[in-house]
Design a protein around this ligand. Structure first.
Ligand SMILES: Cc1ncc(COP(=O)(O)O)c(C=O)c1O
Length: 412
């Protein structure tokens, strides 16, 4: 059978909607289109029922009470609400003053966490940016040594979106709990792949997103702890007071129904899926490192999500590698902006050199990835790297035994 291309190997960026999710959503576009806020007729009640069911499906997935589930437009909004909302609520000094409180985050977080933290800095908060070691893990120890008497918020993602590395979230949560510090985790890449229990894992605020777990785009959740302790937030948008006042705006019923269904499917299928993807991911890493020299798998060797790998290839140029493997949809560590070629700040943040950061590929497998697709991907990448290296003068010099670090390049 001829393999259909392009092949999708970018499930950490977004996932297709599961057809069962779409099926669950469809009636809410046309027949059951009521606004859950319409309390005085059956159309509204049907919408409200649907949202209630989805709220429970999400809550069950993460061990929460349905009342603790706040629907948002996705993880970007959830992160903004958690970080800015907690900053404003727990500030120690009024607006306009400095020293309003201390926040801890890590340098390789998603921009949807880093930018709200930078916003807090402009509002008079101090922010510590933790720098993880080359394994990419944020440890309990790192957070412990950064905590200050005025620390009000710690935000550490559960699994990193470029590396798949897994931070010490339950341990960091326990540390924060013991010190009455609010703890937020961006669990966008974790939920739907690994189990969550917000109580056992000591989490106060947790962000998740529909489109990373075979649900629709434009819907997500912020979990907000209600008991022991009750977490309060300043809302970012005002209006109809939906979602207990945390997030005004008519609810995205179709999206919410889809997200609920996606969560329910996880409960039934995740363990088998994880095993299957881990075997494929390991085959990719084993084959590529066996067939090519000067290759490095980035991040911690084992403390990583099962479906994701991030590999750097020495002596190839990132953009050329992407072009030579265009039948495969994957992410590159080399983000081409109009003016400059900036290597991934995540890889740089953990100490990967510019060259290896530029020539990195992130492959993330998913529910419908097949063995044939995996084999094709391995072959294509190995062929492309071989071909590009044959054209590279640096590769020739390296093979002749020349130490490239000692060369003084003349600038003209
Ligand atoms: C770790 C992480 N946080 C936040 C986001 C943003 O999520 P959304 O697209 O739902 O706004 C992403 C998506 O790329 C992500 O991977």
């Amino acid at each position: 059978m001829v393999l259909k291309t392009p092949i999708y190997m970018d499930h950490a960026a977004t996932t297709p909607c599961d057809p069962r999710v779409v099926e669950a959503m469809l009636p809410y576009f046309t027949e059951s289109f009521g606004n859950p806020g319409s309390r005085n007729h059956s159309f509204g009640w049907a919408g409200e029922e649907a949202v209630k069911k989805a709220r429970k499906q999400v809550a069950d997935l993460i061990g929460a009470d349905p009342k603790e589930i706040i629907f948002t437009s996705g993880s970007t909004e959830s992160n903004n609400l958690a970080i800015k909302g907690a900053g404003a609520m727990y500030a120690r000094k009024p607006v306009g003053e400095t020293g309003r409180g201390h926040v801890i985050v890590a340098v390789h977080e998603h921009k949807a966490v880093l930018d709200p933290c930078k916003w807090l800095m402009k509002q008079g908060f101090d922010v510590t940016f933790l720098e993880p070691a080359i394994d990419g893990i944020v440890t309990e120890e790192m957070v412990k040594s950064a905590i200050r008497e005025d620390t009000i918020l710690v935000t550490v993602m559960w699994a990193n979106n470029e590396l798949g590395t897994i931070n010490e979230v339950p341990e960091i949560g326990a540390l924060c709990k013991a010190r009455n510090i609010v703890f937020h985790t961006d669990a966008t890449q974790w939920v739907g792949k690994m189990p969550v229990d917000v109580n056992a894992d000591n989490i106060d605020l947790l962000s998740l997103s529909g489109h990373k777990i075979y649900g629709p785009k434009g819907v997500g959740v912020l979990y907000v702890r209600r008991r022991r302790p009750r977490i309060r937030l300043v809302a970012l948008q005002d209006g109809g007071g939906q979602e207990r006042g945390f997030r005004s705006g008519t609810l995205n019923v179709t999206g919410i129904v889809g997200l609920g269904k996606a969560c329910e499917l996880y409960a039934q299928e995740a363990d088998a899926e994880r095993e299957r993807l881990l075997a494929m991911r390991n085959r990719i890493e084993e084959q590529i490192t066996a067939r090519l020299s000067n290759v490095q798998v980035n991040g911690h060797p084992t403390r990583r999500l099962a479906h994701l790998t991030n590999i750097s290839f020495g002596f190839v140029e990132g953009e050329s590698l992407m072009m030579a493997t265009s039948e495969i949809a994957m992410s590159s560590g080399s983000a081409c902006t109009s003016a400059s070629l900036e290597p991934s700040y995540v890889l740089k943040g953990i100490g990967v050199g510019d060259d290896m950061a530029h020539s990195s590929l992130r492959l993330s497998l998913g529910r419908w990835t097949t063995d044939e697709q995996v084999d094709f991907t391995i072959d294509k990448i190995c062929e492309a790297v071989d071909k590009l290296r044959k054209l590279s003068p640096l590769w020739d010099m390296y093979n002749e035994g020349i130490d490239l670090t000692k060369i003084e390049w003349a600038a003209h």
